[in-house]
Design a protein around this ligand. Structure first.
Ligand code: GP9
Ligand code: MN
Length: 438
């Protein structure tokens, strides 16, 4: 209702974080290539897997080089915020700076009904961007085809645009190397500047070996097959990305593009983490929910060729913060949009990261599974001081308010009433993803 919209607008105004002057517009006019790192957790970065001979193997040498490079703004306290909608929830968060739903997936429940003011739409209307999604799987998965039209994506290259066969694919679509290889021909033909998203899948559960993975990265040696395969499929993704960057350089697109890499959600679920613990140098017997929470970190890296002021930023944030961060780098102020995250580079960015179920993490505290932990010790705070009590109440309120505001917007389809963005409404019926080659 209009009253709900007023409350939402009030929240958004109060929560807005001003851009950082030194970052605003540094990537203005550049192509944006989003790279979705399937099931990729932060602990893989810089990880070395020890094989049965005691030899160490770096899992993601290419991503590590980006992560540590001077042309990449990397984050090491960035968390996924998805729930049951998994990949699609990550997309919801990254494209809209809104959360997914507390139950089920927004893409399937509302993706083909609601009004959105998503990244492709904003960038098209405010900065003349063309937008496209690339994904070597069927268009109907997660209701993507319909949802992307509502998000304003101009193009969607699904598996029908690729040469897919039994050898180069599995149940979730094409393996990353042929997928990225075949994507470049389409990418090259997009009108620039473009906003493109590459959704990888090889590093998807069950992380099993497949034909043509010629690298033969070793398996881990635990009792859990899922954990054992995870490093090898992540390594395959890493090699695929290295190749993709080489194609981008060869095509001449690299210098005029920025690359935003993000992990969508965990790959190893909490029920398996005790088995994973020894590989992380931890003791399974003392593993707690505190440790589970810390493992919800995923990569967030913004690689800007030519820039030399990158580095590892320790700011706490989550996927909801990605869009305002990106818009500001592109020189588009997020002020007038109903976005719930905050620019990670802003001095006003509040370091409270909400999980979808109301748990949260801050630099000092972790609230997970109904318990409050001290990050310094990793132990439960059994007797909070009065100041802590007050702070925890405040943090809980902040988190609830953000989540409730998101639910109000989505459940009430409130963006259909919103006027102040200055964006013309999009007509989903104008997009045809089946005849998009000249
Ligand atoms: C498949 C893929 C997987 O198209 O994006 O989604 P997930 O199972 O991770 O939600
Ligand atoms: Mn996923």
């Amino acid at each position: 209702s209009p009253t709900d919209l007023k409350e939402v607008e009030h929240y958004v105004k109060n929560h807005y974080a001003e851009p950082n002057d030194s970052m605003f517009g540094i990537a203005k006019g550049k192509n944006v290539v989003y790279i979705h790192l399937e099931s990729f957790q932060q602990f893989l970065i810089d990880y070395q897997l020890t094989d049965e001979n005691g030899e160490k193997h770096t899992v993601t040498p290419f991503l590590n080089s980006l992560y540590h490079g001077e042309s990449t703004y990397s984050f090491d306290n960035f968390f996924h915020q998805v729930k049951a909608g998994k990949t699609s929830d990550a997309e919801t968060l990254m494209e809209n700076s809104l959360f997914g739903l507390n139950q089920g997936a927004l893409f399937t429940q509302m993706g083909d009904k609601n009004t959105f003011e998503a990244a492709p739409n904003i960038l098209q209307q405010k900065a003349g961007y063309t937008s496209a999604v690339f994904h070597g799987h069927s268009a109907s998965f997660w209701n993507r085809e319909k949802t992307y039209k509502h998000l304003g994506f101009d193009y969607f290259f699904d598996s029908s645009y690729y040469d897919v066969n039994d050898e180069n694919s599995f149940q979730y679509g094409m393996h990353d190397k042929p997928f990225l290889n075949q994507s470049v021909q389409y990418l090259e033909h997009l009108q620039q500047p473009f906003y493109a998203k590459m959704i990888t899948v090889s590093n998807h559960y069950p992380y099993s070996r497949f034909k043509n993975d010629e690298d033969g990265f070793p398996l881990a040696n635990t009792k859990d097959e899922t954990i054992n395969g995870y490093f090898a499929t992540a390594n395959y993704l890493d090699t695929a990305l290295k190749e993709f960057f080489d194609y981008m350089k060869a095509s001449g697109l690299y210098d005029n593009s920025i690359f935003v890499l993000y992990g969508d959600h965990y790959g190893i679920s909490n029920t398996r983490n005790k088995e994973l613990a020894p590989l992380l140098g931890k003791d399974s017997s003392s593993w707690t929910d505190y440790d589970n929470a810390q493992l919800q970190r995923v990569p967030f890296m913004i690689h800007i060729p030519g820039v030399t002021t990158g580095g590892i930023n320790h700011t706490y944030g989550g996927q909801v913060d990605a869009l305002p961060t990106l818009l500001h780098l592109l020189g588009v102020d997020s002020k007038n949009y109903l976005q719930l995250g905050q620019d990670l580079f802003s001095d006003e960015h509040k370091q409270v990261v909400a999980f979808r179920d109301g748990d949260f993490v801050t630099p000092e505290y972790t609230f997970y599974g109904g318990k409050m932990y001290n990050n310094q010790t990793g132990t439960v705070i059994a007797d909070p001081t009065p100041e802590q009590e007050k702070l925890f109440t405040q943090l809980n309120q902040d988190v609830d308010e953000q989540l409730i505001t998101s639910d109000k917007i989505n459940n009430g389809d409130l963006l259909r009433f919103y006027q102040d963005s200055g964006l013309a409404p999009i007509d989903p019926a104008t997009f045809d993803y089946h005849n998009q080659l000249e």
